[in-house]
Design a protein around this ligand. Sequence first.
Ligand SMILES: Nc1ncnc2c1ncn2[C@@H]1O[C@H](COP(=O)(O)OP(=O)(O)O)[C@@H](O)[C@H]1O
Ligand SMILES: [Mg+2]
Length: 325
Amino acid sequence: MTAIPQTDRTAPLVEATAVTRHYRVSTGAFGHKATLHALSGVDLSIPRGAVVGLVGESGSGKSTLSRLLLGLETPTAGRVTLEGRPIAEIPRKQVARRIQPVFQDPYSSLNPSWRVADLIGLPLAVHGIGDGPSRARRVRELLDLVGLPGRVADAYPAALSGGQRQRVAIARALAIEPEVLICDEPTSALDVSVQAQILNLLLDLRRETGVAMLFISHDLAVVEHMTDRVAVLYLGRVVEQGATAEVFNAPKHPYTAALKASVLTPDDAAGLPDLALGTVFPNPLDPPAGCRFHPRCLRATDRCRTEAPATRDVAGRRVECHWAE
Ligand SMILES: Nc1ncnc2c1ncn2[C@@H]1O[C@H](COP(=O)(O)OP(=O)(O)O)[C@@H](O)[C@H]1O
Ligand SMILES: [Mg+2]
């Protein structure tokens, strides 16, 4: 008999510990390769039933972390665990049973040639849950749960609006009653008028089902509304992490404070936010020495330019700044 790795019910449901993710990328001419530092030593945990926010500019590593937490990619160093057990050791299907994604774009995440009933029922079929009639009943229940009329079951995605498609994607994610949803910019591709409806749906579902969430967004106001805890990512590092209200009301890291004064976009091509963050481009191919934020920080000193700050507990949260006190 092979030993079954132990799971620990007291451990956070999903946890990233010292997670680093590098990519080898070509940098233009002569096939030259360089290392892109997407994430560098990230700690993040999603407790059972909690909604944890992840904010940061475009390119800070949010989507990379979401793929690692879903077990879709493996870290270069560090580990991701599910109830204390490394995700890499758990069969893919078992991970998918418990951690489900909701992506930004419901247009590309739903196969256009499938009817809604089949899209939502697929996870039930894959996991061998129920038979034909019970799956059909479950699909109706799920449509109801996400606020869609039963007749949508027979429709193809093309006949639905963006908001309806995202509801279908959420119903599909919930079909097998996962414990965590990893929501990566779940409303950024939707019209502003429907964004609030989808956000409220997610909050209702959390109340009704107790599902935990990682909620990724470039929109601080949305994260403030949606989450209990928040982690602020800068150039692949979590610079501040704590209770959402405390972090946003009284930021301890100058980057969090600057973010509050900026308007971010989810669009990779849109470049940097303006305002408080200046014009120095954070380059993951060549992260700065010392504190990664120092080239853009108004408070930076010589120490910040040479010595990387350790993550410390300050005022009930985790902060990575020499001057957090
Ligand atoms: N598969 C990949 N190959 C090479 N570079 C990648 C890959 N995925 C992400 N990156 C790079 O990693 C950094 C973080 O990207 P990402 O996680 O998508 O950030 P965010 O979601 O915060 O915008 C970016 O510089 C991005 O270009
Ligand atoms: Mg992203």
